[in-house]
Design a protein around this ligand. Structure first.
Ligand SMILES: Cc1ncc(COP(=O)(O)O)c(C=O)c1O
Length: 442
């Protein structure tokens, strides 16, 4: 197979409005990917790029897995589409059964969506509907967290804590949402290895919000166990446990958004298992199909599901998507879970974690590095911002890494690495070697 693909002209780039991208800057100096296999991408002119971010935290089994290609092709031949309302098809039930086998104990039902954003909005709707179904209809308040990212639906941006994501739509956000403080504390926790020691008490903010609003108005709290999109914020030791205890004390549902932490990223199938805290609802997407076909879902506890099933006859949850449990996505999901199981990928991050951690912390002391943080196969590398130019320094590192054959992810002045879980120790060295060279200006 030829490594080179015809490149695009400037005029070819115009029609596409690119998401979460400065379009004018990108189109003036595009970065294109044309092909992928295993741990690598290739640019249209044939340059090999080591994938340090599993695409976008989703290609956990590496690129171009034939088992998934075959399953998808077979499914398209067998049945391309089936309506999900009032009708079912075997792969949908099979995937739900496989998912609950690896899910945290007690989360034994699945509602399918097509993305992480839809999974979040679905989870929020289930939480509100659950309280109503139990006769607790005053519980309408949702609590998110500063620096949380929960996708781009109106529900997700309302509970999310990224101001740029919220300000343009400020008047359209859900009413009655409040936020916990974020847990990022460089003064006390910089250069922590794994979960930082300081900050479990920040969960007590929830008690303050309960005192302020009264528990009888609060439906759910949603957090990412590890916040990814705002720059890899790892929960302080004991923080998630404390959040769980406070939710239990006040009858509040706890939702973990595991769109990036799900499917092996932390060293266990889900971060809930890794941190020993089981939420009531857990959102998934990304790694669910190895990024091959868009799909998301909400894992739901028996207690929540059963409440709906004990309600009046008829549709228990007035919610769903044309492509919920799309047969092609289900086929991709089943093939993906099979690879994860056969290759032990859902726990492989645990075996590589100390190698990863040592390689990561060797970056300490390099120019402008103000924090290195890690968990499982995740790195957060925070740089001193250039005065008055937030993000400029990390963007420069991101582009230089790309020029030297490494894909990293940049948010403000934080760089993240989250490679496919198939990464080898030599590739870990290569990634950190490139990052180190770029930081040193070598
Ligand atoms: C924690 C979290 N939730 C939700 C989403 C949204 O997922 P999607 O982009 O598939 O809508 C993301 C995406 O990165 C995410 O990281």
């Amino acid at each position: 197979m030829s490594n080179s693909t015809p490149s695009l002209q400037r005029s070819d780039l115009e029609a596409l409005w690119m998401p979460f991208t400065p379009n004018r800057q990108f189109k003036a100096k595009p970065r294109l990917l044309a092909r992928a296999s295993g741990m690598h991408y290739w640019t249209p002119d044939g340059r090999q790029i080591l994938d340090g971010v599993a695409g976008l935290w989703c290609v956990n089994a590496g690129h171009g897995r034939h088992e998934i290609t075959e399953a998808v092709a077979n499914q398209l031949e067998t049945m391309d589409y089936a309506p999900p309302f009032q009708m079912g098809h075997p792969p949908a039930f099979a995937l739900a059964n496989e998912l609950v086998k690896i899910a945290p104990a007690g989360l034994d039902h699945v509602f399918f969506t097509n993305s992480g954003s839809e999974a979040v909005d679905t989870a929020l709707k289930i939480a509100l509907a659950w309280h109503r179904a139990r006769g607790d209809a005053t519980r309408t308040r949702l609590i998110g967290r500063e620096r949380g990212y929960h996708g781009v639906g109106f529900g997700g941006i309302s509970v999310g804590g990224i101001s740029a994501n919220r300000k343009a739509w400020s008047t359209a956000l859900l009413p009655g949402v409040d936020h916990l403080q974020h847990t990022h504390d460089l003064a006390k926790n910089a250069f922590s290895r794994g979960a930082p020691a300081h900050g479990a008490h920040l969960a007590d903010e929830l008690e303050r919000l309960v005192a302020l609003h009264d528990a009888s108005t609060i439906a759910a709290v949603i957090v990412e166990p590890i916040a990814g999109s705002t720059g890899v914020l790892i929960p302080p030791r004991g923080y998630l446990q404390r959040l769980r205890e406070i939710c239990d004390r006040h009858g509040i549902l706890l939702i973990f958004d595991e769109v990036i932490t799900g499917f092996g990223r932390t060293g266990a199938p889900f971060a809930a298992q890794e941190f020993g805290v089981t939420p009531d609802l857990l959102t998934v997407a990304k790694g669910m199909t190895n990024g091959c076909v868009p799909m998301g879902g909400v894992l739901v506890s028996k207690a929540v599901y059963d409440t709906f099933m004990q309600g009046p006859d008829g549709i228990e949850l007035f919610h769903g998507y044309t492509y919920s449990a799309h047969p092609v996505a289900c086929a991709a999901g089943l093939a993906t879970l099979d690879i994860y199981r056969r290759e032990g990928l859902l726990t492989r991050a645990r075996t590589l974690a100390s190698k990863w951690e040592d390689a990561a912390h060797a970056l300490k002391g390099l120019p402008h590095v103000i924090d290195v943080r890690n968990y499982g196969l995740i790195l957060g590398l925070e740089l001193e911002p250039v005065a008055g130019k937030s993000g400029a320094r990390a963007f420069e590192v991101f582009t230089q890494c790309f020029e030297r054959g490494l894909l990293v992810r940049q948010t403000a002045d934080i760089l993240a690495l989250s490679p496919p879980l198939t990464v080898t120790p030599a590739q870990i060295d290569e990634m950190f070697g490139t990052l180190s060279d770029v930081l040193r200006g070598k």
